[in-house]
Each structure stands twice: as structure tokens, then as C-alpha cells.
Design a protein around this ligand. Sequence first.
Ligand code: SAM
Length: 213
Amino acid sequence: MDVTPSTDTFEKAYVDGTPPWVIDEPQPAVVALVRAGGFTGRVLDLGCGTGEHTLHLAALGYDVLGADAAPTALARARAAAGTRGIAARFAEVDALDPAGLRDLGTFDTVLDSALFHIFDAGDRARYAEALLEVCAPGALLHLLALSTRGPGFGPEVDESDIRVAFDRPGWRVEDVATSTYRGVVGEQQSAAVGLPAGDRVDLPAWMARIRRV
Ligand SMILES: C[S@@+](CC[C@H](N)C(=O)[O-])C[C@H]1O[C@@H](n2cnc3c(N)ncnc32)[C@H](O)[C@@H]1O
């Protein structure tokens, strides 16, 4: 993004209805990563939105915390946990606030599904620095972000944006692979993808594996 949207912008998107990233299921790329053993120890799902990844992991028995800046998203996540009978925990935090992150504790695996890509260049660097607060030595960050190879339906980043942000003491970028991020087709995008509005679409994305060293 050229300029990071305020956290209020996201809160308003949830208050106004159902934003296009809410698909009521975990991202297939994240489900595959869980199956492959990519999550260990204490897990933080940062920018969890309505909590599908936290709920998925909690249902599988992982020790997971979902955190987001939008109270309405967290309320929906907690309601979904109640409806589905899943004991899941959620907390409100600003991912750019190191002190707030520190209060969450430390984690062995952090999932960022579509949070990093909303930040501008300056905030991507701030975020990488702030995340050091919540990562135990050796922790893994899995970062799923929309790619500039996509049709521009949302904020997109290049592989170099990920590598540059985490090219700093405390981090080692182990892998940046092509992946997909599933979203909902909007009215304006319908013609471009040849799908009716409301359908799901898998957009080009990056899945990065970044180690806290
Ligand atoms: C595109 S959504 C992705 C939600 C979810 N992870 C997913 O993949 O469906 C980005 C989420 O990041 C949250 N967010 C935006 N800025 C944030 C910040 N500074 N701190 C914490 N969460 C933030 C928004 O409220 C929103 O829920």
C-alpha cells in the first residue's frame, strides 16, 4: 500500500458488513501448512480478523491466540467459537505497537494472513521490528500476502517488499514461495475474473517462511 489504512478503516469494514477477505473458512494455503507440520508450540494468529485460522488451529488442539485491532472482528470470532463449541482465545492489539505485542507474551509460530500487505513501506519495517517482541528465539513467522502478480483486487506486495522488510537483525528469510489467497469476488471485479460477484477466487500470493534468529 502507498499509505497504511487506519485500524478504524478495518473496524468500519466489519461494522458495515462482510469485507471481501471474510470467506468463513481458513485459507487453503494455511490449512496445507498446518497439515505439513508448519505450526508448533504457542501460536499467534496476528491480524486474525473473524478468526478462521485461530478456530481451525484451536479445534486441532493447538495453543493459539488470535489478535486483531478491530473489536467487531474479534466479537464475530468469539461468537463463531461459541457457536462451533471451540475453546479459542482472542485479544485486541495494534500490530505496530511493540508494547501491546509484548503484553501478549511470546510465541513459537506466528501466522500473518493478509496483514503485512496492508502496510506501507515504513510500516512494514516498523512491523518487522515490533514482531521481534512476540517471537521466541527460533520462532517461525508464516506470512501470506497478496502478490503484485495479481489483478490488483487488494493491497499487493512484491517478493522484494518481504525480503527488504525482514532484512534486519533478528530475522532470516528462509523461503518466499508462490501461493494463493482466497477472497470473495466483488461487483467491480466480476468482469475481470469472469466470475459472478460473491463467488470465491484464488488470487496470486506469497507464502514466506521467516525465522526469528
Ligand atoms: C485483510 S484482513 C485479513 C484477516 C484474516 N487474517 C484473513 O486472512 O482472513 C487484515 C486484518 O488485519 C487487521 N489489522 C489491520 N491493521 C492492524 C493493526 N495495525 N494491528 C492489528 N490488526 C490489524 C484488520 O482489522 C483485519 O482484520
